[in-house]
Write a protein that binds this ligand. Structure first.
Ligand code: KIV
Length: 274
């Protein structure tokens, strides 16, 4: 396998330099085709471990494996040319030690050609973030609601509602930035806390259920396009693709049943003799 290095593609350093500037636009993608559609419209594409829920119908991201992330990361790299591609490190692939994290992250970078990895956790992951960044792996942090910890958090709950909890999440954000992360996702936290972290850290914050004050925003593509059966309150709908798909498939089914499809334009003719 050869990995093409495209000088046109945005890097982690380009994203880091956008602190306090024009808001950074990002979306998830797990496929070559959706990556190709969004590539020139966003600043970075996240191959999120939400692929477990979106593509595979899982209830949580916990069963997602390194192999699944690498397969879809490679697809997104093939489909895109311009946006930075960040690949999520799945549950169980990095928490044990910085060394385990390095081995997993190195596999992701080597086998997909992506430009950065993302991992969940604040102060507890600071040593690992430092270990990876010191060894050439750009890391995006993720604090607030960290879905891989759903079983210890006790559900997909908004974080930082009381002052002590908010202080802890802020400390997490500061620790992640000080450890060398080039940016961090702030997920499902109360708005004033997102504002406070954005002011306190020197790297861009990327909000999802956070605040418009963040340095950028991210959404799961299928959620904002109306393809997901249930979405959190923080999702704004920008389309209703499920309705379009239902309409198109029912028109196709009618055509097949009435023999209107395939039509003249869709069939092959034999060459005329002579
Ligand atoms: O996995 C994912 O899609 C994410 C986003 C929700 C930020 O981490």
């Amino acid at each position: 396998m050869s990995i093409e290095v495209n000088p046109q593609r945005a890097t982690a350093n380009d994203i880091r330099a956008r602190k306090g500037g024009t808001p950074i636009v990002s979306l998830t993608s797990y496929h070559a085709h959706t990556a190709a559609i969004i590539d020139s419209l966003v600043d970075f594409i996240l191959v999120g471990d939400t692929l477990g829920m979106v593509m595979h119908g899982l209830e949580t991201t916990l069963p997602v494996t390194l192999d699944m992330m690498i397969l879809q990361g490679l697809a997104v790299m093939r489909g895109s040319r311009k946006a930075l591609v960040v690949v999520d490190m799945p549950f169980g692939s990095y928490e044990e030690s910085p060394q385990v994290a390095f081995r997993s992250a190195a596999r992701i970078m080597k086998e997909t050609g992506c430009g950065a990895v993302k991992l969940e956790g604040g102060r507890r992951m600071a040593e690992t973030i430092r270990f990876l960044t010191d060894r050439g792996i750009p890391v995006m942090g993720h604090v607030g609601l960290t879905p891989q910890s759903v079983n210890t958090i006790g559900g997909f709950k908004v974080q930082g509602r009381d002052p002590a909890a908010a202080e802890a999440v802020k400390d997490d954000g500061i620790a992640v930035a000080e450890a060398g992360a080039f940016a961090m996702v702030l997920e499902a936290i109360v708005e004033p806390l997102a504002v406070a972290i954005t002011k306190a850290v020197s790297v861009p914050t990327i909000g999802i259920g956070a605040s418009s004050v963040c340095d950028g925003q991210i959404l799961v593509l299928e959620d904002m396009l109306g393809l997901s059966p249930r979405v959190p309150k923080f999702v704004k709908s920008y389309g209703s693709l499920a309705d379009h798909i239902r309409g198109a498939v029912s028109a196709y089914a009618d055509d097949v049943r009435s023999r209107a499809f395939p039509g003249e334009a869709n069939v092959y003719r034999q060459k005329k003799p002579g």
